[in-house]
Design a protein around this ligand. Structure first.
Ligand code: MG
Ligand code: ZN
Length: 179
């Protein structure tokens, strides 16, 4: 069984510009590509992303899929292999079963790839990112990049507490690889 790191995309790997579906709008957060390179030496890397702009009709699922292919290619050209990406296109109001912090995508990936969820991590800049990892039996890391600093107060108000808090993905990689 292989351990995995489930990464949020916007605000975690790249800056969260809102409705990101154009290649020219990608701004990688400093150190994030290096962090992914370190992590992939020991973990399978997956992206799990909520893209409610699709559900609101702000961009189409076809535009999303085209972008996802280009995004994965850019990372690949930089030496980073994303094993698979999962996207929830729904608005919170829609009431789907796949939107984070749902563990549905993790459960599907675990079944397909034979993952060691207890040894896996979920990382991102919203509380639902680490929460998804903890709910699936692994651990969660909250990042202060993206919206993380702005929403930091929500940690105090929430009954869920992340296992770790890191300044950025590079620091999170250090925590994961140092354990
Ligand atoms: Mg995010
Ligand atoms: Zn969904």
């Amino acid at each position: 069984m292989k351990p995995a790191v489930f990464l949020d995309r916007d605000g975690t790997i790249n800056e969260d510009v809102g409705n990101l579906f154009r290649v020219n709008d990608i701004v990688f957060i400093p150190g994030s590509i290096e962090a992914l390179k370190k992590l992939q030496e020991h973990y399978l890397i997956f992206i799990i992303t909520n893209q409610s702009g699709i559900g609101r009709g702000e961009f189409s699922f076809e535009e999303y899929l085209k972008f996802e292919t280009e995004y994965t290619s850019i990372l690949s050209e930089n030496g980073v292999i994303i094993t698979e990406t999962k996207c929830c296109p729904h608005t919170p109001e829609y009431g789907c079963s796949c939107r984070k912090p749902s563990t549905q995508f993790i459960d599907e990936l675990s079944a397909n790839y034979g993952l060691d969820l207890a040894a896996s991590f979920s990382v991102g800049d919203h509380l639902h990112d680490p929460e998804m990892g903890s709910k699936s039996g692994g651990r969660g890391i909250y990042l202060l990049t993206g919206h993380g600093r702005k929403h930091y107060r929500m940690i105090e108000e929430s009954s869920y507490k992340p296992d770790f808090i890191a300044n950025d993905l590079m620091e999170a990689a250090g925590i994961i690889l140092g354990l």
